[in-house]
Design a protein around this ligand. Sequence first.
Ligand code: HEM
Length: 157
Amino acid sequence: MFSIILAAAMMAAQPVAEPPVSDPSVKPQYPTLPVITDNEHLYETFGGKDGLTALMDDAMNRWLANPRTRPFFEHADQARIKELLVKQFCVVMHGPCTYDGRTMAEAHRGMNISEGSFYALVEELQVAMNKRHIPFNAQNRLIAGLAPMHRDIINNK
Ligand code: HEM
């Protein structure tokens, strides 16, 4: 299932203006801000900024409860991450936002996040989307936009 979404994402995603990388040794392999171009109403389907903020509150609680993701988030600045995720998802969905966080390669460098932790994070996000009754095809579009970022996130030493 995930690999189908991943393949679709490689075709659908297009780069937009990326945040600068502060360390020149960081070489992103995938745009941090892919833009999903085949559904102009995705942002509205997710309830706009308020909907995304509520979604991220729920998702972060789930990441903190899941043993595969908790170690990464428990000592991190959760409020800042949630705020940046709202902005990032908004841009990915063609919403009226600007993302001013780091690239995915830069933000996750040195964490050595495993594939299992990455999938656990995505699965908890899916549970949170289900709770908010986000339609399945809208969920898939978002996941498709995010999935290729795994190259910059997993095993990033
Ligand atoms: C598609 C998947 C993911 C997306 C879209 C994503 C997105 C983001 C964003 C936007 C930030 C903020 C960037 C910044 O600080 O400037 C961030 C930071 C962070 N992410 Fe992720 N992330 C993903 C996967 C993961 C996974 C799998 C983990 C761990 C299990 C993780 C752990 C973290 C942590 C701990 C930070 C804070 C880093 C710091 O404060 O230095 N992320 N992520």
